[in-house]
Design a protein around this ligand. Structure first.
Ligand SMILES: Nc1ncnc2c1ncn2[C@@H]1O[C@H](COP(=O)(O)OP(=O)(O)O)[C@@H](O)[C@H]1O
Ligand SMILES: [Mg+2]
Length: 315
Protein backbone atom coordinates (compact mmCIF):
# COMPACT_ATOMS: atom_id res chain seq x y z
CA UNK A 1 0.00 0.00 0.00
CA UNK A 2 1.53 3.20 -1.19
CA UNK A 3 1.70 6.47 0.68
CA UNK A 4 2.74 9.52 -1.32
CA UNK A 5 4.32 12.72 -0.10
CA UNK A 6 3.64 16.03 -1.79
CA UNK A 7 6.14 18.63 -0.63
CA UNK A 8 7.64 22.01 -1.33
CA UNK A 9 11.29 22.85 -0.86
CA UNK A 10 11.57 21.24 2.57
CA UNK A 11 14.20 18.50 2.77
CA UNK A 12 14.63 17.01 6.22
CA UNK A 13 11.00 16.03 6.77
CA UNK A 14 10.31 14.11 3.52
CA UNK A 15 13.66 12.32 3.60
CA UNK A 16 13.27 11.21 7.20
CA UNK A 17 9.61 10.29 6.77
CA UNK A 18 10.25 8.07 3.75
CA UNK A 19 13.20 6.42 5.47
CA UNK A 20 11.20 5.83 8.64
CA UNK A 21 8.18 4.32 6.85
CA UNK A 22 10.20 2.11 4.55
CA UNK A 23 12.20 0.69 7.46
CA UNK A 24 9.11 0.10 9.58
CA UNK A 25 6.70 -2.81 9.87
CA UNK A 26 3.67 -0.63 9.28
CA UNK A 27 2.66 -2.41 6.08
CA UNK A 28 2.95 0.70 3.89
CA UNK A 29 5.56 2.06 1.50
CA UNK A 30 6.28 5.77 1.18
CA UNK A 31 7.58 7.72 -1.79
CA UNK A 32 7.44 11.16 -3.34
CA UNK A 33 4.32 11.63 -5.46
CA UNK A 34 4.96 12.02 -9.19
CA UNK A 35 2.17 13.63 -11.17
CA UNK A 36 1.87 15.31 -14.55
CA UNK A 37 -1.18 15.89 -16.78
CA UNK A 38 -3.90 14.25 -14.68
CA UNK A 39 -6.89 12.71 -16.49
CA UNK A 40 -10.42 13.22 -15.16
CA UNK A 41 -11.04 9.45 -15.12
CA UNK A 42 -7.62 8.56 -13.75
CA UNK A 43 -7.32 6.46 -10.59
CA UNK A 44 -4.75 7.73 -8.18
CA UNK A 45 -2.35 4.96 -7.16
CA UNK A 46 -1.87 6.19 -3.61
CA UNK A 47 -3.93 4.98 -0.69
CA UNK A 48 -2.86 8.03 1.28
CA UNK A 49 -1.21 11.28 0.25
CA UNK A 50 0.36 13.61 2.79
CA UNK A 51 0.05 17.10 1.39
CA UNK A 52 2.44 19.80 2.53
CA UNK A 53 2.22 22.27 -0.33
CA UNK A 54 -1.10 22.42 -2.20
CA UNK A 55 -1.95 25.79 -0.62
CA UNK A 56 0.73 27.27 -2.89
CA UNK A 57 0.09 25.24 -6.04
CA UNK A 58 -3.46 25.18 -7.43
CA UNK A 59 -2.65 22.27 -9.75
CA UNK A 60 -1.80 20.12 -6.72
CA UNK A 61 -4.94 21.20 -4.86
CA UNK A 62 -7.17 20.19 -7.77
CA UNK A 63 -5.24 16.95 -8.32
CA UNK A 64 -5.78 16.07 -4.64
CA UNK A 65 -9.49 16.78 -4.73
CA UNK A 66 -9.76 14.54 -7.79
CA UNK A 67 -7.60 11.85 -6.17
CA UNK A 68 -10.14 11.78 -3.31
CA UNK A 69 -12.73 10.67 -5.89
CA UNK A 70 -10.82 7.45 -6.42
CA UNK A 71 -10.61 6.80 -2.70
CA UNK A 72 -7.25 8.33 -1.86
CA UNK A 73 -7.21 9.68 1.68
CA UNK A 74 -5.56 13.07 1.60
CA UNK A 75 -3.99 14.44 4.77
CA UNK A 76 -5.27 17.15 5.05
CA UNK A 77 -8.73 17.12 3.50
CA UNK A 78 -8.24 19.43 0.47
CA UNK A 79 -11.91 20.45 0.38
CA UNK A 80 -11.98 21.83 3.88
CA UNK A 81 -8.52 23.32 3.54
CA UNK A 82 -9.82 25.32 0.55
CA UNK A 83 -12.76 26.59 2.58
CA UNK A 84 -11.43 27.54 5.98
CA UNK A 85 -9.91 30.78 7.22
CA UNK A 86 -8.59 32.21 10.47
CA UNK A 87 -11.54 34.42 11.31
CA UNK A 88 -14.25 31.81 10.77
CA UNK A 89 -12.09 29.39 12.76
CA UNK A 90 -11.80 31.87 15.61
CA UNK A 91 -15.57 32.30 15.73
CA UNK A 92 -16.07 28.53 15.56
CA UNK A 93 -13.67 27.94 18.46
CA UNK A 94 -15.58 30.45 20.57
CA UNK A 95 -18.69 28.30 20.08
CA UNK A 96 -16.67 25.22 21.06
CA UNK A 97 -15.84 26.78 24.42
CA UNK A 98 -12.19 27.45 23.60
CA UNK A 99 -10.76 30.78 24.78
CA UNK A 100 -10.09 33.23 21.93
CA UNK A 101 -8.95 36.86 21.79
CA UNK A 102 -11.82 39.26 21.04
CA UNK A 103 -11.78 39.49 17.25
CA UNK A 104 -13.45 41.62 14.57
CA UNK A 105 -13.54 41.02 10.82
CA UNK A 106 -12.87 44.23 8.89
CA UNK A 107 -14.16 45.11 5.43
CA UNK A 108 -11.15 45.37 3.18
CA UNK A 109 -9.61 48.74 2.38
CA UNK A 110 -9.00 48.21 -1.35
CA UNK A 111 -10.83 46.44 -4.18
CA UNK A 112 -10.08 45.19 -7.65
CA UNK A 113 -10.36 47.65 -10.51
CA UNK A 114 -13.95 47.07 -11.57
CA UNK A 115 -15.43 47.47 -8.10
CA UNK A 116 -16.71 51.01 -7.59
CA UNK A 117 -18.57 52.68 -4.73
CA UNK A 118 -21.87 51.54 -6.29
CA UNK A 119 -20.69 47.96 -5.91
CA UNK A 120 -20.22 48.51 -2.19
CA UNK A 121 -23.57 49.89 -1.15
CA UNK A 122 -23.98 47.13 1.45
CA UNK A 123 -20.98 48.33 3.37
CA UNK A 124 -21.20 50.68 6.33
CA UNK A 125 -19.14 53.75 5.72
CA UNK A 126 -17.29 55.12 7.56
CA UNK A 127 -16.53 52.22 9.85
CA UNK A 128 -17.12 52.64 13.56
CA UNK A 129 -13.42 52.46 14.39
CA UNK A 130 -13.96 53.76 17.90
CA UNK A 131 -16.51 51.03 18.69
CA UNK A 132 -14.30 48.36 17.13
CA UNK A 133 -11.34 49.41 19.25
CA UNK A 134 -13.47 49.60 22.37
CA UNK A 135 -14.33 45.95 21.77
CA UNK A 136 -10.78 44.65 21.16
CA UNK A 137 -8.98 47.07 23.47
CA UNK A 138 -5.44 48.34 22.93
CA UNK A 139 -2.89 47.17 22.09
CA UNK A 140 -4.42 45.06 19.36
CA UNK A 141 -3.17 42.89 16.53
CA UNK A 142 -4.27 43.43 12.96
CA UNK A 143 -3.60 40.50 10.64
CA UNK A 144 -5.04 38.91 7.49
CA UNK A 145 -8.26 36.96 8.07
CA UNK A 146 -6.59 34.13 6.18
CA UNK A 147 -2.87 34.60 6.50
CA UNK A 148 0.30 32.73 7.24
CA UNK A 149 4.04 33.17 7.66
CA UNK A 150 3.69 36.29 9.84
CA UNK A 151 2.96 38.39 6.77
CA UNK A 152 1.05 41.66 7.35
CA UNK A 153 0.80 41.17 11.11
CA UNK A 154 0.74 44.58 12.86
CA UNK A 155 0.72 45.44 16.54
CA UNK A 156 -1.50 48.49 17.03
CA UNK A 157 -1.24 50.95 19.91
CA UNK A 158 -3.66 53.72 18.91
CA UNK A 159 -6.49 54.55 16.54
CA UNK A 160 -4.03 56.58 14.42
CA UNK A 161 -1.73 53.57 14.09
CA UNK A 162 -4.70 51.36 13.23
CA UNK A 163 -5.79 53.66 10.38
CA UNK A 164 -2.21 54.11 9.20
CA UNK A 165 -1.65 50.35 8.77
CA UNK A 166 -5.19 49.63 7.61
CA UNK A 167 -4.70 52.14 4.78
CA UNK A 168 -1.75 50.06 3.54
CA UNK A 169 -3.57 46.75 3.42
CA UNK A 170 -5.10 47.30 -0.02
CA UNK A 171 -7.15 44.25 -1.08
CA UNK A 172 -6.15 42.01 1.83
CA UNK A 173 -9.11 41.34 4.10
CA UNK A 174 -7.97 41.90 7.69
CA UNK A 175 -9.12 41.06 11.19
CA UNK A 176 -8.45 43.01 14.34
CA UNK A 177 -7.80 41.10 17.52
CA UNK A 178 -7.26 41.77 21.19
CA UNK A 179 -3.55 41.49 21.96
CA UNK A 180 -2.93 38.74 24.50
CA UNK A 181 -0.12 39.85 26.76
CA UNK A 182 1.12 36.33 27.33
CA UNK A 183 3.67 34.99 29.77
CA UNK A 184 3.97 31.65 27.97
CA UNK A 185 3.30 30.50 24.43
CA UNK A 186 2.97 27.00 22.98
CA UNK A 187 2.68 25.45 19.57
CA UNK A 188 1.02 22.06 19.43
CA UNK A 189 1.05 19.37 16.80
CA UNK A 190 -2.17 17.37 16.63
CA UNK A 191 -2.05 14.27 14.47
CA UNK A 192 -5.10 12.21 13.55
CA UNK A 193 -7.25 14.52 15.71
CA UNK A 194 -6.07 12.55 18.73
CA UNK A 195 -2.33 12.70 19.44
CA UNK A 196 -1.04 16.02 20.72
CA UNK A 197 2.52 17.24 21.27
CA UNK A 198 2.81 20.53 23.12
CA UNK A 199 5.96 22.42 22.20
CA UNK A 200 7.04 25.44 24.24
CA UNK A 201 7.67 28.20 21.72
CA UNK A 202 9.10 31.71 21.88
CA UNK A 203 7.58 33.79 19.07
CA UNK A 204 9.91 36.70 19.80
CA UNK A 205 12.88 34.70 18.43
CA UNK A 206 13.62 34.58 14.70
CA UNK A 207 12.90 31.44 12.65
CA UNK A 208 15.57 28.74 13.11
CA UNK A 209 16.98 30.56 16.12
CA UNK A 210 15.61 28.80 19.15
CA UNK A 211 11.88 29.44 18.76
CA UNK A 212 11.17 25.89 19.92
CA UNK A 213 12.67 24.71 23.17
CA UNK A 214 12.26 21.63 25.31
CA UNK A 215 10.92 22.03 28.84
CA UNK A 216 8.95 19.16 30.30
CA UNK A 217 7.73 21.32 33.19
CA UNK A 218 6.63 24.32 31.14
CA UNK A 219 2.93 23.82 31.88
CA UNK A 220 1.16 22.76 35.04
CA UNK A 221 -0.86 19.53 34.58
CA UNK A 222 -4.27 21.28 34.58
CA UNK A 223 -3.21 23.64 31.83
CA UNK A 224 -1.58 20.85 29.84
CA UNK A 225 -4.80 18.85 30.03
CA UNK A 226 -6.88 21.79 28.90
CA UNK A 227 -4.62 22.53 25.92
CA UNK A 228 -4.63 18.89 24.83
CA UNK A 229 -8.44 18.81 25.04
CA UNK A 230 -8.70 22.10 23.11
CA UNK A 231 -6.39 20.78 20.37
CA UNK A 232 -8.41 17.60 19.92
CA UNK A 233 -11.71 19.45 19.95
CA UNK A 234 -10.67 22.07 17.43
CA UNK A 235 -9.10 19.57 15.05
CA UNK A 236 -12.14 17.33 15.23
CA UNK A 237 -14.32 20.33 14.38
CA UNK A 238 -12.09 21.59 11.58
CA UNK A 239 -11.38 18.09 10.28
CA UNK A 240 -7.59 18.35 10.18
CA UNK A 241 -5.35 15.31 10.63
CA UNK A 242 -2.07 17.24 10.66
CA UNK A 243 -2.08 20.69 12.17
CA UNK A 244 -0.43 22.95 14.68
CA UNK A 245 -2.31 25.21 17.03
CA UNK A 246 -0.71 28.12 18.86
CA UNK A 247 -1.89 29.27 22.26
CA UNK A 248 -0.87 32.41 24.11
CA UNK A 249 -1.19 31.86 27.84
CA UNK A 250 -2.33 34.78 30.00
CA UNK A 251 -3.31 34.35 33.65
CA UNK A 252 -3.35 30.58 33.20
CA UNK A 253 -5.81 30.71 30.28
CA UNK A 254 -4.71 29.41 26.87
CA UNK A 255 -6.04 31.68 24.10
CA UNK A 256 -6.09 30.11 20.64
CA UNK A 257 -4.15 32.43 18.33
CA UNK A 258 -3.28 30.52 15.18
CA UNK A 259 -4.72 27.05 14.70
CA UNK A 260 -5.07 26.57 10.97
CA UNK A 261 -1.61 25.45 9.91
CA UNK A 262 -2.47 22.38 7.83
CA UNK A 263 1.11 22.11 6.52
CA UNK A 264 2.88 22.82 9.79
CA UNK A 265 6.59 23.45 10.16
CA UNK A 266 8.30 20.06 10.25
CA UNK A 267 11.94 20.90 9.60
CA UNK A 268 14.26 19.43 12.19
CA UNK A 269 16.43 22.57 12.04
CA UNK A 270 13.43 24.52 13.25
CA UNK A 271 11.30 22.24 15.44
CA UNK A 272 14.25 20.17 16.63
CA UNK A 273 15.01 16.48 16.16
CA UNK A 274 12.93 15.21 19.06
CA UNK A 275 9.78 17.02 17.95
CA UNK A 276 10.32 16.00 14.33
CA UNK A 277 10.72 12.36 15.38
CA UNK A 278 7.40 12.51 17.25
CA UNK A 279 5.71 14.00 14.19
CA UNK A 280 7.12 11.41 11.80
CA UNK A 281 6.18 8.46 14.00
CA UNK A 282 2.67 9.72 14.57
CA UNK A 283 2.10 10.59 10.92
CA UNK A 284 3.48 7.26 9.73
CA UNK A 285 1.14 5.39 12.07
CA UNK A 286 -1.79 7.50 10.95
CA UNK A 287 -0.99 6.93 7.27
CA UNK A 288 -0.88 3.17 7.91
CA UNK A 289 -4.19 3.28 9.78
CA UNK A 290 -5.89 5.29 7.01
CA UNK A 291 -4.38 3.14 4.26
CA UNK A 292 -5.96 0.06 5.85
CA UNK A 293 -9.28 1.66 6.69
CA UNK A 294 -10.14 5.07 5.27
CA UNK A 295 -11.88 7.05 8.01
CA UNK A 296 -15.48 8.12 7.57
CA UNK A 297 -14.51 11.78 7.64
CA UNK A 298 -12.61 11.22 4.39
CA UNK A 299 -15.08 8.97 2.62
CA UNK A 300 -18.30 10.75 3.50
CA UNK A 301 -17.83 13.55 1.03
CA UNK A 302 -20.85 15.54 -0.02
CA UNK A 303 -21.18 13.62 -3.28
CA UNK A 304 -20.11 10.21 -1.98
CA UNK A 305 -23.61 8.66 -2.11
CA UNK A 306 -23.72 9.36 -5.86
CA UNK A 307 -20.43 7.60 -6.59
CA UNK A 308 -20.12 4.14 -8.03
CA UNK A 309 -18.27 2.09 -5.39
CA UNK A 310 -16.34 0.35 -8.19
CA UNK A 311 -14.69 3.68 -8.92
CA UNK A 312 -12.79 3.32 -5.68
CA UNK A 313 -10.70 0.63 -7.28
CA UNK A 314 -8.15 -1.58 -5.56
CA UNK A 315 -4.70 -0.16 -6.02
N1 LIG B 1 -3.97 38.16 19.45
C1 LIG B 1 -2.67 38.06 19.60
N2 LIG B 1 -2.08 38.33 20.81
C2 LIG B 1 -0.75 38.25 20.97
N3 LIG B 1 0.10 37.92 20.00
C3 LIG B 1 -0.41 37.64 18.77
C4 LIG B 1 -1.82 37.69 18.51
N4 LIG B 1 -2.02 37.38 17.21
C5 LIG B 1 -0.81 37.15 16.69
N5 LIG B 1 0.17 37.31 17.62
C6 LIG B 1 1.62 37.15 17.41
O1 LIG B 1 1.90 37.27 16.03
C7 LIG B 1 2.42 36.03 15.53
C8 LIG B 1 1.89 35.81 14.12
O2 LIG B 1 0.45 35.74 14.14
P1 LIG B 1 -0.31 34.45 13.62
O3 LIG B 1 -1.75 34.62 13.88
O4 LIG B 1 0.35 33.24 14.17
O5 LIG B 1 -0.06 34.59 12.06
P2 LIG B 1 0.61 33.60 10.98
O6 LIG B 1 -0.49 32.71 10.53
O7 LIG B 1 1.08 34.53 9.92
O8 LIG B 1 1.68 32.82 11.69
C9 LIG B 1 2.01 34.98 16.55
O9 LIG B 1 2.93 33.91 16.57
C10 LIG B 1 2.05 35.75 17.85
O10 LIG B 1 3.37 35.84 18.35
MG1 LIG C 1 1.46 31.59 13.41
Amino acid sequence: MKVGLLVGREVSFPEEFIKYVNNSNLGIEAEMVRVGGFKADELCKYKVIIDRISHEIPFYRCFLKTAALSGTVVINNPFWWSADDKFFGTALLERLGIAIPKSVLLPQKGYIKDISSESLRNLEHPLDWKGILEYTGLPAIMKPYDGGGWKHVYKIHSIEELLHYYDQTDTICMMLQEFINFDRYVRCYTIGRKNVLIMPYDPSKPYLQGQYFLDKNYLEPVLEKRIIADCIKLNEALGYDMNTAEFAIRDGIPYAIDFTNPAPDADKHSVGEENQRWLIQNLAELAAEYAKKPPKAHTELRWSEFLNPKMVAAR
